[in-house]
Design a protein around this ligand. Structure first.
Ligand SMILES: O=C(O)CCC(=O)C(=O)O
Ligand SMILES: NCCCC(=O)O
Length: 504
């Protein structure tokens, strides 16, 4: 497509509708009413949540310059001398950001429906989190940062129980904390490998001399030839181990040595899902058959299958509950662990606190990883056998970060106090309906709208990657910060205060 038509196509969407639909979602209804005396305990709390949180939040983006603004450009050029800014869109002024609005160096305020790659849960400068950040407990956690594996604090159990563990998916009662989503996945993989080898050893928990020797040579049997299976277009992180399960984009992987682990096809479904049930079922069965063939070929060398409930970085690719139920059945049949990577889908984003709750599984997954909107990272588990037999096998100096676990606890409390899971569902429904209208009016510009009944986890396809990139830029020019994923998709990942503005 010629540049002029690209620009025109992008602007049709930006000016005419998308920006307006998003802004309206963030401002719909009576959310500037007076907050109740105790907004966290009142039945009216949700009605006044935005006012309670962000009384100074504007109703519309505020644009002072074109995008990117001159100060952003100047600061990026200067920063680039000491720090790689190739991926940076703009320089931000976080102190002047508020709620749903991100402020840049030029004091432009953008409605932010991308929220730091899906990782700001309760808006910028959220007062509840700011208060927690100044508590004696937080100061202690930051200044006296503990090596949690060896010297956990007297407060650690309570912080976990009241926060991360109180939000554990059904069937889970234990957690191992880590530093990031990639780290959470890698720790889960290590737990799976150690579990696998412990089962093979049976009653003997002793390592043989040969194992001890060979592992120091990175050779089998001490460093066994085991694998984690992932899916085509999956994203599970960028550290060495997790990168071998990431399959979304060559740029993430080039030049980095990788494990030769298997990859199964992920269903390429047609949207809207409810209009293509027969075709989609056939596609999911095709992928399940291919998966089963790989599991058989690898015999007993696959320790776990890792899967995202909705493939996010790889393009917001959905599968139905049927697919995941069959996947669970297959992993059980083959004695393989199932790791569900909820790093991006977790913490209310899809209209359930955990996205895999949409699947109604007979038995829960074996491990569930989290990070991003939870701020704290790690994995949940239930089976004691997933804990290694000896200390220092699943370990590093910090083993997580109590300051992040304190923030996670406040996030859980806020989600509950204001029923933000329900609100995500409501706003998601509103958004999806209005975006579907736009898609029907501009079918050449918007295709494959997806995320119906999945909260605000909504995406669509642009015509091609150039048009998509142009749209993302033009949306910023119109005051909306929105993200991309896959080769040519546009994705929404707003924070939860966005949800708070929809009336009951
Ligand atoms: O873009 C995403 O969905 C994932 C972001 C992330 O974790 C990364 O790019 O490393
Ligand atoms: N997948 C990394 C995030 C890319 C972006 O936000 O532009």
């Amino acid at each position: 497509m010629a540049m002029s038509s690209l620009r025109q196509a992008s602007r049709v969407l930006v000016r005419s509708r998308v920006a307006r639909t998003l802004t309206r979602s963030a401002t719909t209804s009576a959310f500037h009413s007076t907050p109740p005396a105790d907004p966290t305990s009142s039945a009216d709390a949700s009605q006044s949540l935005a006012a309670h949180y962000f009384p100074t939040e504007p109703d519309m983006p505020r644009l002072m310059t074109s995008f990117p603004g001159p100060k952003s450009v100047e600061k990026l050029n200067s920063l680039d001398k000491v720090y790689d800014t190739q991926a940076a869109y703009m320089v931000c002024d976080y102190q002047n950001s508020v709620g749903n609005y991100i402020c840049d160096a030029d004091q432009n305020l953008y409605l932010d429906v991308y929220a730091q790659i899906a990782s700001i849960p309760l808006g910028y400068n959220n007062p509840v989190l700011m208060t927690a950040a100044q508590s004696p407990e937080m100061i202690d956690a930051i200044v006296n940062r503990p090596a949690l594996g060896t010297f956990p604090s007297t407060l650690w159990e309570q912080i976990l129980r009241e926060g991360i563990l109180s939000a554990a998916p059904k069937g889970f009662d234990k957690v191992w904390t880590s530093m990031s989503g990639s780290d959470a996945n890698e720790c889960a993989y290590k737990a799976a490998f150690m579990y696998h080898r412990a089962k093979q050893r049976g009653k003997t928990s002793e390592f043989s001399d040969l194992e001890r020797q060979t592992t120091m040579e990175n050779a089998s049997p001490g460093s066994p030839d085991l694998a984690i299976l992932s899916f085509d277009k999956a994203f599970h992180g960028r550290l060495f181990g997790s990168l071998s399960t990431t399959r979304s984009n060559p740029i993430h992987k080039l030049d980095i040595p990788a494990f030769k682990w298997p990859k199964a096809p992920f269903p390429a479904l047609k949207y809207p899902l409810d209009q293509y049930e027969t075709e989609n079922r056939a596609e999911e069965d095709r992928c399940l058959t291919a998966l089963e063939t790989i599991l058989q070929e690898w015999e007993s060398r696959i320790s776990a299958v890792v899967v995202e409930p909705i493939q996010s970085e790889g393009g917001d690719n959905h599968a139905t509950p049927y697919f995941f139920q069959q996947l669970r059945a297959l992993t059980k049949l083959h004695g393989i662990l199932l790791i569900v990577d909820e790093v991006q889908t977790g913490v209310a984003a899809t209209g359930m606190f955990w996205a895999h709750e949409h699947w109604n599984l007979d038995t829960p997954p074996d491990l569930v990883t989290f990070s991003k909107k939870f701020q704290a990272a790690g994995y949940y588990y239930a089976n004691d056998d997933l804990r290694p037999n000896l200390p220092f096998r699943q370990f590093n100096t910090w083993c997580g970060d109590p300051s992040k676990a304190i923030i996670a606890r406040e996030i859980v409390k806020e989600v509950r106090a204001h029923d933000l899971v329900t609100r995500t569902r409501q706003v998601g429904g509103y958004l999806y309906e209005h975006l579907a209208e736009l898609q029907s009016r501009f079918p050449h510009l918007m295709q494959n709208l997806r995320g119906k009944d999945r909260g605000t986890f909504i995406a669509w396809d642009a015509t091609d990657s150039q048009t998509r990139n142009m749209l993302l830029k033009d949306m910023k020019g119109a005051g909306i910060n929105i993200g991309g994923c896959g080769t040519h998709s546009v994705r929404m990942r707003p924070g939860m205060p966005f949800f708070s503005r929809l009336s009951q």
